[in-house]
Design a protein around this ligand. Structure first.
Ligand code: SAM
Length: 341
């Protein structure tokens, strides 16, 4: 898609860098002051959402494979699977307890959805008891997921529905108060502002319904100084001095010291720094062997945030009994969060 190569608002030219930085409108919106971002709130929200759409809409299966390749290279091997498994276990537990069909809404559906149905199968549960409404902006990926579910004996239309759409589009096709469980597996961090999507999901949930968020968390994108330090110490490229100057000139607080991090957040940032170094190598290999596809490119500046920041928004929207379980012992990088309507 041509637009991927055009410079976006609040973006510097990172075309010579080992990773594409993307627009700073993608960082958590509470960090906008640190990034020097100001403007009309409605425009900022819409433009930030558009920046994420540019990244994901035309992505293929390869986009996810690149993520997995970088995760594996960086030694975070089974982390994506840990998130999927934590969601699948909670969904299976609910299906087991339920006396009737369970309406299941998954946002950013894909491999994680297949994982859920496989878990039901492995537990000897009736797959048709889970009525999936599966939402994912990449048409190719949602259709691939549907084909895999049909391979498990389920029927599109009868047992599950698919929508090539975003979470914020669900009021157009999901009845209010209709869903028993709504899950996000490694997805909700694709929003600088979490309140709108989490409210859409809240409205779709039946009273007593549950949201499950299994996600990556870190504090890297809260301050340009953290990104500056990562670029400076973690990467080398021929035009590094000039590109770092451009970074500091656009994001002027990059040379300020960012606030101290808790040990869990510091460990999480170290992990995520390694991920991006390895992702840079994955792209470099593809460019060298001619398999690089710009539509599958990941964009570095992201809206991941420490889990406490996410949970503040859940509470603000109205969710109750919010609990987060850390999935790795030494870093605040993976959590599965549950909350109820
Ligand atoms: C890291 S992948 C995770 C996919 C899947 N849940 C899994 O764990 O295998 C993130 C997915 O979120 C999707 N996504 C991005 N923005 C979204 C949005 N606003 N609503 C729903 N899905 C979104 C992307 O297209 C991508 O497929």
């Amino acid at each position: 898609m041509k637009i991927k190569n055009e410079l976006q608002p609040n973006e510097i030219d990172s075309s010579r860098m080992p990773v594409k930085l993307g627009s700073a409108l993608r960082v958590p919106s509470y960090a906008y002051p640190a990034w020097g971002i100001t403007g009309d709130e409605k425009w900022l929200r819409e433009e930030s959402d558009r920046q994420y759409e540019i990244e994901w809409k035309d992505g293929t299966e390869k986009q996810m494979q690149n993520v997995v390749a970088a995760i594996t290279k960086s030694g975070l091997g089974d982390y994506s699977q840990k998130l999927r498994d934590s969601n699948a276990s909670l969904v299976a537990e609910a299906v087991k307890k339920a006396e009737r069909e369970v309406n299941y809404l998954e946002l950013g559906a894909g491999v994680s959805t297949i994982n859920v149905y496989n878990k039901l199968k492995s537990e000897g549960l009736d797959l048709q008891k889970l009525k999936g409404t599966l939402v994912e902006p990449s048409k190719e990926r949602i259709e691939t997921a549907a084909a895999k579910l049909e391979g498990l004996g389920l029927k599109l239309g009868r047992d599950f529905k698919i929508y090539a759409a975003r979470d914020v589009d669900i009021p157009k096709f999901v009845e209010p108060n209709s869903q028993d469980i709504a899950s996000y597996v490694a997805v909700v961090h694709h929003h600088a502002d979490l309140d709108t999507p989490l409210r859409c999901v809240y409205n779709a949930l039946a009273p007593g319904g549950k949201i499950i968020i299994a996600d990556w968390h870190n504090a890297m994108w809260e301050h340009p100084n953290r990104v500056f330090e990562l670029l400076k110490s973690g990467f080398d490229w021929p035009t590094k001095d000039d590109d770092l100057k451009a970074f500091v000139s656009k994001y002027t607080r990059a040379l300020e010291h960012a606030p101290e991090l808790s040990p869990l957040d510091a460990a999480s940032n170290a992990h995520i720094g390694r991920f991006w170094q390895c992702y840079g190598k994955v792209e470099a290999e593809q460019k060298a062997n001619g398999t690089f596809n710009p539509n599958d490119r990941l964009v570095m500046l992201e809206a991941h945030r420490p889990v406490e920041r996410q949970n503040e928004v859940l509470q603000h929207v109205g969710y109750k009994k919010i609990t987060s379980e850390r999935l790795v012992p030494d870093a605040g990088i993976l959590y599965v969060t549950q909350a109820w309507k």
